[in-house]
Design a protein around this ligand. Structure first.
Ligand code: AMP
Length: 123
C-alpha cells in the first residue's frame, strides 16, 4: 500500500487550505458535497486521520475512529432523508477500484433510483 500523501486534495480540505461544501463534522469525521455529483445527493465522508484507503483505515484506525465514521454515515443518511427510500455507499480503493483521491472516503449517493451497481464489466 502506498504511503499517505499529505498533499492530496482532501488533506488540503481538512487543513482548511481549500474550501468544501460541508454537510457534517465532528472530532473524527468531515463530510461534504462531491464537487461533481453523480446523483441528486452525493456526499463524501472522510476520516480526519490520514488513511489512504478503506484497507488502511480498517488496519490502522482506532475503534473510536471507526465507530465515529459509521455513526456519521448513518446520521448523514438520516439527516438528508435517505434512510426511507434507500441509498448507496461506495468506496473506491486503488487502481482497479478507480480511486482518484488517496485519502479514504465513502461516497453516499441517493435521491433517485440509482440503477445497477455496475453498468459494464471491466475489460
Ligand atoms: P474517487 O474516485 O472515489 O477517489 O472519488 C473522488 C471524488 O472526489 C470524485 O467523485 C470527485 O468528484 C471528488 N472531488 C475531487 N475534488 C473535490 C473537491 N475539491 N471537493 C469535493 N469533491 C471533490
Amino acid at each position: 500500500m502506498s504511503d499517505y500523501d499529505p498533499n492530496n486534495i482532501f488533506a488540503k480540505i481538512l487543513r482548511g487550505e481549500i474550501p468544501c461544501n460541508k454537510v457534517y463534522e465532528d472530532d473524527f469525521v468531515l463530510a461534504f458535497n462531491d464537487i461533481h455529483p453523480q446523483a441528486p445527493v452525493h456526499i463524501l465522508v472522510i476520516p480526519k486521520g490520514s488513511y489512504v484507503s478503506i484497507s488502511d483505515f480498517g488496519a490502522k484506525a482506532s475503534a473510536e475512529e471507526i465507530k465515529a465514521f459509521f455513526d456519521a454515515v448513518s446520521k448523514i443518511a438520516e439527516e438528508k432523508g435517505l434512510s426511507g427510500d434507500g441509498f448507496r455507499t461506495i468506496t473506491n480503493a486503488g487502481l482497479n477500484g478507480g480511486q482518484e483521491v488517496p485519502h479514504f472516503h465513502l461516497h453516499i449517493l441517493g435521491g433517485c433510483r440509482l440503477g445497477p451497481m455496475l453498468t459494464k464489466m471491466a475489460a
